[in-house]
Design a protein around this ligand. Structure first.
Ligand SMILES: CC(C)(COP(=O)(O)OP(=O)(O)OC[C@H]1O[C@@H](n2cnc3c(N)ncnc32)[C@H](O)[C@@H]1OP(=O)(O)O)[C@@H](O)C(=O)NCCC(=O)NCCS
Length: 257
């Protein structure tokens, strides 16, 4: 599976959109140490695609390496092995978490538009356009790379000294997808130099209250009547939500990272 990803990546010159098809996560170096791939970048002079990764030992330094050289074969002890072999526990799961790119966004956007009524998200008194937001996508692990499915997504924004989860949805629930997406955004928040991840939800979403609090979030603010204001910005927000509960208030949660 991963070889297929790599081949596809190598075949696309300078295409940022293809890069994140190499899964984020833990890799074993052929000499035994472990590293975590935490993101992707472009070389500012050559535009070459680079992998950004962190040592999971010693001083835990952060490194970059050309994507094209990521898992090129190495001869050791008379055997040909990969320089880096995917070792993340996610390998055992039915999904992988990838950084969103153009191809994934094309698959995510129709799901998002249907669930939230449009690409515009009304959050904390403002309309936010989801179409260019950074984020992560859970994709199914299939034997055919072309047929993968989106199983969940999380989009975020850095603003006002926090990292805010702007939208989170799991298409395949109760298999750990939202938890994995959450772990990924917490890492990004830390790397981005903020100390809090925040997220807001509506007063009817008792499942989300449970989900966030079970993962260590605490209530940061309750904005009474916020959905009446949000409805003026986005009239498609319904009057009634889950379990026939009138949609009125926003509850904001936070967690330290
Ligand atoms: C809230 C929401 C994002 C949770 O997503 P999810 O992918 O089902 O969440 P997870 O699978 O990570 O966790 C849900 C439960 O499944 C459990 N679980 C995880 N992996 C599991 C597995 N392999 N087998 C059985 N249960 C598992 C988790 O432990 C968790 O239960 P807990 O809270 O009692 O610990 C999802 O319900 C959703 O998309 N709701 C609609 C949109 C929404 O409300 N978004 C959030 C507000 S903006």
């Amino acid at each position: 599976m991963r070889e297929m990803y790599a081949k596809r990546v190598q075949g696309v010159e300078g295409a940022q959109s293809e890069m994140s098809l190499i899964p984020l996560g833990v890799y074993s170096h052929y000499k035994g140490n472990q590293y975590e791939v935490i993101g992707f970048a472009k070389h500012s002079e050559t535009l070459e695609d680079m992998v950004v990764y962190k040592a999971l030992y010693g001083e835990r330094g952060t490194w970059v390496r050309p994507l094209s050289m990521w898992d090129n074969p190495i001869e050791t002890g008379g055997k040909i092995v990969k320089r880096f072999e995917y070792a993340d526990k996610a390998e055992q799961k039915s999904y992988r978490i990838c950084e969103i790119d153009n191809a994934l966004r094309e698959k995510v956007q129709p799901i998002l538009d249907e669930t939230w009524g449009s690409p515009l998200l009304a959050v904390n008194g403002k309309l936010w356009d989801s179409k260019a937001m950074p984020g992560f996508v859970a994709v199914s692990v299939t034997s055919n790379i072309e047929n993968y499915e989106v199983l969940g997504y999380l989009l975020y924004e850095f603003h006002d000294g926090v990292c805010e989860i702007m939208v989170l949805e799991s298409v395949a629930q109760n298999i750990g997808i939202a938890t994995s997406l959450m772990e990924q955004v917490k890492k990004i928040a830390k790397l981005g130099g903020v100390c809090k991840v925040i997220v807001q939800t509506s007063n009817d979403n008792t499942h989300a209250f449970r989900f966030y609090q079970r993962r260590g979030f605490t209530i940061r603010e309750i904005r009474l009547g916020a959905l009446d204001t949000a409805r003026q910005l986005k009239p498609s927000i319904p009057l009634v939500g889950e379990d026939d509960i009138p949609l009125r208030d926003e509850i904001e949660f936070e967690i330290g990272v």
